[in-house]
Design a protein around this ligand. Structure first.
Ligand code: UD2
Ligand code: MN
Length: 568
C-alpha cells in the first residue's frame, strides 16, 4: 500500500504503520460517556447480485422523464398556483425552511450535470480503495429530500466502494419517517436505518452512526444533499494514500427555493476559516496554497471544514477521540474536528474533484433545547480544550460569561495523550491569515466625543451582506455590532471585514491588506479618524445616525475615542 509519510509525527508511529497499519487506537483512549444504544431496524436479506437497478443497489427506479422537472439540476419555477397549492408551498417552507413543495415534484432519482473539471474525469485513483459507510443523520427531514439524498448516494457511488448507507434518525416525530421509511428501504439492502431513542442532536447522532458502521472509512453527509458523478473515488483515494487525511468534497449549492443545482468550479474554490465568535466562514484560497499546488483540481489544505460533508478513516477518527459527545444539538463540532485534525498530526483537505450539493437554509427549522444557549455551551467547551490562551478572544466576544459548560477534563486528557501541537502552532502554520485581536492597537467601541454623546460606530452587516453603510447607534456596551479593532496596519476591522471608503458610503468590505481605501489614521490626541487615500475625516451626521466623510475641521463631530487604546 502506498503510504505518504509526510504527516507522520514520530518514528514510533511510522513503525506501527509498517507493521501492517493496524493500530489499536482505542486502547489509549480515555473513557467516553456511554452512547445510548441504538435500536436497529433489520430487513429481509438479499444478495447484492439479486438486485438490479440503482447501480446494483436495489430495485429498478421508475423510468425517468428526461424533460421532467428539475432534471439535470435545472431550477423549478412554479407559476399560476391555485390557492390550495400556494397554501401547500407555504406549509412546506414553514416546516422545512426550504421549498418542499418543489422538491416533491422532482424525481427522487433526478439527473445532475457532471460538474467536475475535465481533468477529474481522466484522473486515475488507486486500485484498492477502501470501502466506506455513508452516514446520514436526520431529524424530521422531508421525505423527498431525504430519499433523494439516499438515491444520489446509491446511484453515483461505485458499488464495490459503498459498503452501506446508515440513516440515523434523531428521534423524528413525523409519521412518514417511521414505518414508511422502513418499508421503502427494504428494497435497498445496503441501506440501514438506526434510530436514536431520544433526541440526541446531530453530534451524538453521528457517533451513533459510527458505532454501527462496518467499513474502514466513514463518510458523513447531511440529510439534504445530492452527490454528483465521481464524488466518492477522489475522497477515498486521499485517505488510501494517507489515513490521517480528512477530506471534504466541494459543497455546491442546491437552491432552497427552486432546487437548482449550482456548482462552484475549481477556479473559484473557497477554503474554511473561522472568526473569534468561533463561527465558521469561507474565504478564498491563500496565495501559499495556490503556489503549493500545481493544478486547480488538486486537493487544497483547509484550516477548517464546514462540518456536514466529509470522509475520515474510522480508526483515525477514533484516535482523535471522535467528537466531544458533550456537544449538544448543533454547532462547534466542525471546528473541534478541524483543530484536532491539524493539531494532532493530520491534514484537512477540500478535494475539488468531488462535488456534493447541499441545501443551505436561512433558518433552522427544528426545535432546539429550550433554556440553554447550546451553541455557546459547545463553543466554550471547544475553547476550553483546544484554544489555550487564545480562548480569551472568544470570551471577550461573549462578555466573559462562560456559563455552565460541564466537565471537559477527559477531553483535555485526550489532547495530552495524543501529544497534539498547541493552538499557537495551528494559527501560525495552518491559518496565518487570521487576524489576532491581541495585535490590535485599539479595540472595543468607538464613541463620538461630542458633549453628552453616547453614540457609537455601529454596523449590523454580516459577512454575507457587507454592503450596508456603516452607521451610528446609541452605545450599548455589548460589543457585537459595536466591536472594532484598529490594526497596526491602520485598518479598522471587524474580524475579516474592514472599514472601507471609496468616495460614497463608509462600508465594511473584506480586508485586502493593501491599505488604500482601508487605511485609517487614528490620532489619540485630537481624536480624529482620518482616511488615508481621501484625507477626509470621519464625522457624525447631525441626525446622529449616519457617518459622513468630510474635510478635517477638528469639530467635536469628528472626535472619536476607542474604548481600549494601547499602542506598544
Ligand atoms: C452546518 C453543517 C452541518 C453541521 C453544522 C454545525 C454543512 C453543509 N452543514 O450546518 O452538518 O456541521 O454546520 O454543527 O457543512 N440534525 C440532527 N439532529 C439535530 C439537528 C440536526 O440529526 O438535532 C441533522 C439534520 O437533519 C442535518 C444535519 O444534522 O442532516 C445538519 O443540520 P443542519 O442541516 O441544520 O445544519 P447546517 O447545514 O445548517
Ligand atoms: Mn445542512
Amino acid at each position: 500500500k502506498n503510504i505518504n509519510v509526510r504527516n507522520i509525527p514520530n518514528l514510533e508511529r511510522a513503525k506501527e504503520i509498517k507493521e501492517g497499519n493496524k493500530i489499536d487506537y482505542k486502547s489509549n483512549l480515555p473513557e467516553e460517556p456511554a452512547h445510548p444504544q441504538p435500536v436497529e431496524v433489520r430487513h429481509k436479506h438479499h444478495k447484492d447480485s439479486d438486485i438490479p437497478g440503482d447501480r446494483g443497489h436495489g430495485v429498478i427506479p421508475p423510468p425517468r422523464d428526461p424533460d421532467g422537472l428539475g432534471e439535470m439540476g435545472k431550477p423549478v419555477r412554479l407559476a399560476n398556483l391555485t390557492q390550495i397549492q400556494q397554501a401547500l408551498v407555504k406549509d412546506g417552507w414553514d416546516k422545512n425552511a426550504f421549498n418542499q413543495y418543489v422538491s416533491d415534484l422532482i424525481s427522487l432519482h433526478r439527473s445532475l450535470p457532471d460538474v467536475r473539471d475535465k481533468e477529474c474525469r481522466d484522473n486515475t485513483y488507486l486500485d484498492d480503495l477502501p470501502q466506506t459507510s455513508v452516514i446520514v443523520c436526520f431529524h424530521n427531514e422531508a421525505w423527498s429530500v431525504l430519499l433523494r439524498t439516499v438515491h444520489s448516494i446509491l446511484n453515483r457511488s461505485p458499488p464495490h466502494l459503498l459498503k452501506e448507507v446508515i440513516l440515523v434518525d434523531d428521534f423524528s416525530d413525523i409519521p412518514h419517517l417511521s414505518r414508511q421509511l422502513e418499508d421503502y428501504i427494504t428494497q435497498y439492502p445496503k441501506v440501514r436505518v438506526v434510530r436514536a431513542r431520544r433526541r440526541e442532536g446531530l453530534i451524538r447522532c453521528r457517533l451513533l452512526g459510527a458505532s454501527v458502521a462496518t467499513a474502514p472509512v466513514l463518510t458523513y453527509l447531511d440529510s439534504h444533499c445530492e452527490c454528483t458523478e465521481g464524488w466518492l473515488e477522489p475522497l477515498l483515494d486521499r485517505i488510501a494514500r494517507n489515513f490521517t487525511t480528512v477530506v471534504c468534497p466541494v459543497i455546491d449549492v442546491i437552491s432552497d427555493d427552486t432546487f437548482e443545482y449550482n456548482f462552484r468550479d475549481s477556479s473559484s474554490l473557497n477554503v474554511g476559516g473561522f472568526d473569534w465568535n468561533l463561527q465558521f466562514n469561507w474565504h478564498g484560497i491563500p496565495d501559499s496554497e495556490k503556489k503549493r499546488r500545481k493544478h486547480p483540481w488538486e486537493p487544497v489544505w483547509s484550516p477548517t471544514m464546514a462540518g456536514g460533508l466529509f470522509a475520515i478513516e474510522k480508526n483515525f477518527f477514533e484516535k482523535l477521540g471522535t467528537y466531544d459527545s458533550g456537544f449538544d444539538i448543533w454547532g462547534g463540532e466542525n471546528l473541534e474536528l478541524s483543530f484536532k485534525t491539524w493539531m494532532c498530526h493530520g491534514t484537512l483537505e477540500i478535494v475539488p474533484c468531488s462535488h456534493v450539493g447541499h441545501i443551505f437554509r436561512k433558518r433552522s427549522p427544528y426545535k432546539w433545547r429550550s433554556g440553554v444557549n447550546v451553541l455557546k455551551r459547545n463553543s466554550v467547551r471547544l475553547a476550553e480544550v483546544w484554544l489555550d490562551d487564545y480562548a480569551k478572544y472568544y470570551y471577550q466576544r461573549i462578555g466573559y460569561d462562560l456559563g455552565d459548560f460541564g466537565d471537559v477534563s477527559s477531553r483535555k486528557e485526550l489532547r495530552k495523550q495524543l501529544k497534539c501541537r498547541n493552538f499557537d502552532w495551528y494559527l501560525k502554520n495552518v491559518y496565518p491569515e487570521l487576524f489576532i485581536p491581541g495585535e490590535a492597537v485599539a479595540s472595543g467601541e468607538v464613541r463620538n466625543l461630542g458633549e453628552g454623546s453616547i453614540i457609537c460606530l455601529d454596523s449590523p452587516a454580516r459577512r454575507d451582506d457587507l454592503h450596508k453603510p456603516v452607521g451610528l447607534y446609541p452605545c450599548h456596551g455589548q460589543g457585537g455590532n459595536q466591536f472594532w479593532m484598529l490594526s497596526k496596519e491602520g485598518e479598522i476591522r471587524r474580524d475579516e471585514a474592514c472599514l472601507d471608503f471609496a468616495g460614497q458610503d463608509v462600508i465594511l468590505y473584506p480586508c485586502h491588506g493593501s491599505k488604500g481605501n482601508q487605511f485609517w489614521n487614528y490620532d489619540p490626541n485630537n481624536h480624529s479618524i482620518q482616511h488615508g487615500s481621501s484625507r477626509k475625516c470621519l464625522e457624525m451626521a447631525r441626525n446622529k445616525q449616519q457617518v459622513l466623510m468630510r474635510d478635517c475641521t477638528g469639530s467635536y463631530l469628528q472626535q472619536w475615542k476607542f474604548q481600549n487604546y494601547n499602542p506598544s
